[in-house]
Ligand binder design. Structure first.
Ligand SMILES: C[S@@+](CC[C@H](N)C(=O)[O-])C[C@H]1O[C@@H](n2cnc3c(N)ncnc32)[C@H](O)[C@@H]1O
Length: 285
């Protein structure tokens, strides 16, 4: 196997990565960060969930918010609206090409999406564009430079579907709107990629955490997967990370402008968790 020594050297210059404990979930880590950030806010916070999942897991406590969901898959949005009905606005759109107002959202939440997009840097640029100055981008994805990311990148999509179907026993594996979705893992889908992007564009990484490989469903594949991951780690001279599979970032857009944020009001309707499915707006081009 070819060893990328340059990548190993570069990774040494990144700050130490703190890990989310195996007993903690991503939303348990993110909820207090967001609650504290918006503590005392007397207005409705506007949130874009970019690439919708089956449910909104973040607990914002007393913070009033409005939730917009955007996804390229109409089926995924229909499932979300049918099962949860928690979106105030639903947009069928491609995160690469959708045209939304600039500086619109206080929070953009994009979890396990950019690894599926061929052209992920353009998506990250759009997410920052749609965010208000001083707003927070929550970005999480499997690290392409982790053993998990490496194994996923170099295995075919049908194998991912087979794992979901036969090992995770996921009944709708690979059907429209259901996991697993095809993966691309552009270069930005990594620690180095996000750090370089933020340095180049003046955004501030407020929090960064690694999520261990053996958390969640990966436990079902251990110890075989762990043995394979350790082999990859040593063969790559440490360039392929084995202590985590996923990354979670909280990134502040243009920190200088943050002071003006609390006075800007949202024009979106207040979040009502029990609201019925809303009008679906299609911005696919
Ligand atoms: C693995 S799912 C993750 C969903 C959710 N964020 C979660 O963590 O449960 C990826 C989602 O991204 C959506 N997606 C993929 N490419 C997209 C694109 N170019 N524009 C918008 N959504 C996209 C898929 O349709 C899918 O719903």
């Amino acid at each position: 196997m070819a060893v990328d020594k340059t990548a190993a050297k570069k990774n040494k210059r990144l700050p130490k990565l703190d890990l989310i404990g195996a007993d903690r979930s991503r939303h348990e880590v993110l909820s207090p960060v967001l609650q504290e950030h918006f503590l005392g806010s007397d207005r409705t916070i506007s949130i874009l969930e970019a690439g919708c999942g089956r449910r909104w897991d973040i607990d914002l406590g007393d913070v009033e918010y409005s939730l917009t969901g955007m996804d390229i898959s109409k089926e995924a949005l229909e499932l979300r609206n049918a099962n949860e009905g928690d979106l105030d606005r639903t947009i069928v759109g491609d995160l690469q090409t959708a045209v939304l107002d600039s500086d619109e959202f206080d929070v953009v939440y994009c979890v396990n999406v950019i690894e599926h997009i061929n052209g992920a840097e353009r998506v990250v640029s759009n997410l920052f564009n749609w965010l208000k100055p001083g707003g927070l981008l929550i970005l999480a994805f499997p690290n392409r430079d982790s053993a998990f990311g490496f194994a996923t990148r170099f295995s075919p999509h049908w194998a991912h579907v087979a794992v979901y179907k036969h090992i995770y026993r996921y009944p709708h594996a690979g059907e429209p709107g259901y996991n697993p979705f095809p993966t691309y893992y552009d270069k930005i889908v990594s620690r180095r990629g996000i750090h370089d992007y933020c340095n180049a564009h003046g955004h501030r990484i407020v929090m960064e955490r690694g999520k261990p490989h053996d958390s969640g469903r990966m436990r079902m594949l251990a110890p075989a997967a762990n043995a394979m991951f350790n082999v990859l780690h040593y063969l790559s001279f440490g360039a392929i990370a084995v202590d985590h599979g996923g990354l979670v970032f909280v990134i502040e857009k243009d920190g200088e402008a943050r002071r003006t944020m609390s006075s800007a009001g949202s024009t979106l309707p207040a979040h009502t968790p029990t609201s019925l499915p809303n009008e679906v707006c299609n911005v696919l081009q």
